[in-house]
Design a binder for this molecule. Structure first.
Ligand code: GAL
Length: 343
């Protein structure tokens, strides 16, 4: 058996153990091997996505349409592109038939692409989108994710809707929504695009806004709490809206408000994106007022189906790839009446 680097906390799905990839009997493929590398195993959304990927693989493997055994190795790149490149090298040496990569640095996919192309092993990039020119470098490169702008628009719509329907949202009664933004990684497509579209959408809906500040918290709850605590000392009760690029950072803001012992009635409106388990729990309990569901199940299942078809040589026709390369799952707004759907 090849060396297995199994990340802690996220299950590695071992449905069958094979010494090499793409096992076959008499020309018939009997097993496939999928290598996965995530940029950071502690990222809440990504770890939930991978958990679902493994669950789905266990569920479908062996059924009529997926009649081969599947072996999945999951690696944690722990924030290092160099580590991730070595992991891909190991996956290729271990005989993976397909690799699924959550790039650490979305501008640095070339080493991985070159290694995979030499071995003729297709690559599915996911969640951290590389530029189109890089995806065009070889015809066996794919991307699975979502349309970042859509989540920004939806978050902006939720914010505008709340401001226009709940008078208490305008705490100082000046008719202007005073907001601040908690941003993800500086160069991540979802951070840049979500912020821009959320703010523009609020304005397009006829709500006047005033930006009080922003902080980069790298998708991380603890970092968001620290940044939010600093911002609270500066702006305190002036803040009427917190636009967080993801749920974990929205929850970091909640943590900071609690730690500062600010009365719940004085809290600003807090909006996240992702609909992670903890995010949805906070929405239900009213700690945050809205989020936008980032369809991890859809992304995980379609990524598995694509990996499966590529590894077994099945047609990709039913997968409805955009431009033959992209799968993008739609987002869903989660607020008010929608909360019930999460029960
Ligand atoms: C985003 C997600 C964030 C974080 C990031 C990592 O799509 O909303 O929570 O997981 O991906 O790349």
């Amino acid at each position: 058996m090849g060396v297995k680097k199994i990340i802690a906390g996220v299950i590695s799905c071992l449905l069958a153990v094979e010494t090499v990839g793409c096992g076959s009997t008499g020309g018939q493929i009997t097993s496939i091997r999928i290598g996965v590398s995530v940029y950071d195993q502690y990222d809440t959304f990504v770890s939930e996505l991978i958990e679902h990927f493994n669950e789905y693989a266990s569920e479908v493997s062996g059924t009529a349409d997926y009649n081969v055994s599947v072996n999945i190795d999951v690696y944690n790149a722990a924030g290092s592109q160099t580590t991730q490149n070595s992991q891909v090298k190991a996956m290729l040496q271990d005989g993976c038939d397909i690799v699924c990569i959550n790039l650490v640095d979305r501008t640095e996919p070339v080493t991985i692409i070159d290694m995979a192309e030499k071995k003729n092993v297709p690559v599915i990039f996911f969640n951290r989108e590389l530029v189109e020119q890089d995806l065009e470098r070889w015809d066996k490169l794919y991307y699975v994710g979502a349309k970042a702008f859509e989540s920004g628009i939806m978050q902006g719509e939720i914010a505008a809707d709340i401001f226009q329907t709940e008078t208490s949202a305008d705490k100082n009664g000046d008719g202007i929504f005073q907001y601040m933004v908690l941003e993800g990684e500086a160069d991540h497509q979802d951070a840049i695009v979500r912020t821009e579209y959320a703010v523009n959408t609020i304005i397009e809906h006829g709500v006047q806004v005033e930006k009080l500040g922003y902080a980069i918290a790298n998708w991380n709850r603890a970092q968001a709490q620290t940044k939010m605590a600093q911002i609270l000392t500066q702006y305190g009760e002036q803040i009427e809206l917190i636009l967080a690029n993801n749920d974990d950072m929205a929850l970091g803001a909640v943590d900071a408000l609690k730690a500062a012992e600010i009365d719940r009635e004085q809290w600003p409106i807090i909006l996240g994106i992702d609909g992670t388990d903890v995010g949805l729990a906070a929405l239900k309990s009213g700690e945050i007022q809205g989020t936008v569901y980032n369809n991890k199940e859809g992304q995980a299942e379609k990524m598995f189906d694509l990996a499966f078809c590529l590894a077994t040589g099945k047609s990709l026709e039913g997968l409805e790839l955009e431009n033959g390369k992209y799968i993008r799952e739609p987002y869903t707004k989660m607020e008010g009446s929608n909360i019930a759907k999460t029960e």
